[in-house]
Design a binder for this molecule. Structure first.
Ligand code: AMP
Length: 191
């Protein structure tokens, strides 16, 4: 199997979280979701959680310095030595640059940016559906959904231009059943 230092990338509602659990099991590496980390802090009402809440409730990104410090801390733990699956990070070019620095300090490189793509209309439908199932505060309000899509386009999508010249972006069509999409992702690692 090819390298296991992986970023899972894509717009909100692309199915990153759903696919991440499957990919984590396939690769047997820790799943590091910045969204889950922030939700944990929000639930436990920590200082970090109080900061994160302000931003995530309106569909904006938590400031880079806060997010980068949290990820640097997580990637310094021993369990990532045989690989990791980053889900929801990086979400801005400064975060992508910071990640390069973090992993080069660890003496490793990034192997794959798995980019799940889904069109805007489908994203809106999926997020509205997820709001009614999971009750996520940031999925409930159409204005917040639009904000998250705009934030993705303005701040996160440019990460792809940052990674493409490095030859590590693996484009995955995110339309189809969970199994169909996962089969496409699996093929990346079977090469
Ligand atoms: P997610 O579950 O990945 O959609 O993340 C939920 C929310 O957490 C986002 O809308 C952001 O407010 C925040 N968040 C998650 N990951 C990041 C990140 N890499 N940078 C900044 N904010 C983030």
């Amino acid at each position: 199997m090819s390298g296991k230092n992986v970023v899972l990338f894509g717009p909100p509602g692309a199915g990153k979280g759903t696919q991440a659990v499957r990919l984590r099991d396939l690769l047997d590496v820790p799943h590091i979701s910045t969204g889950d980390m922030f939700r944990y802090h929000i639930k436990n009402d920590t200082e970090l959680g109080r900061t994160a809440k302000e931003y995530s409730n309106s569909g904006r990104l938590v400031p880079d310095e806060v997010t980068i410090a949290m990820v640097r801390d997580r990637l310094s733990q021993a369990d990532v030595k045989d690989g990791f699956l980053l889900d929801g990070f990086p979400r801005s070019v400064p975060q992508a640059e910071a990640l390069d620095k973090i992993i080069s300090d660890l003496g490793i490189t990034l192997d794959h940016v798995v980019n799940i793509s889904v069109q805007d209309e489908e994203i809106r439908t999926r997020l509205a559906k997820r709001a009614s199932i999971e009750g996520r505060a940031d999925d409930a309000d159409p204005a917040v959904i639009q904000n998250r899509i705009d934030t993705y386009k303005q701040q996160s999508e440019p990460c792809l231009s940052y990674y493409r010249p490095k030859g590590i972006v693996r484009d995955i069509d995110g339309i189809g059943s969970i199994e169909e999409v996962f089969d496409r992702i699996k093929a990346v690692f079977e090469k």
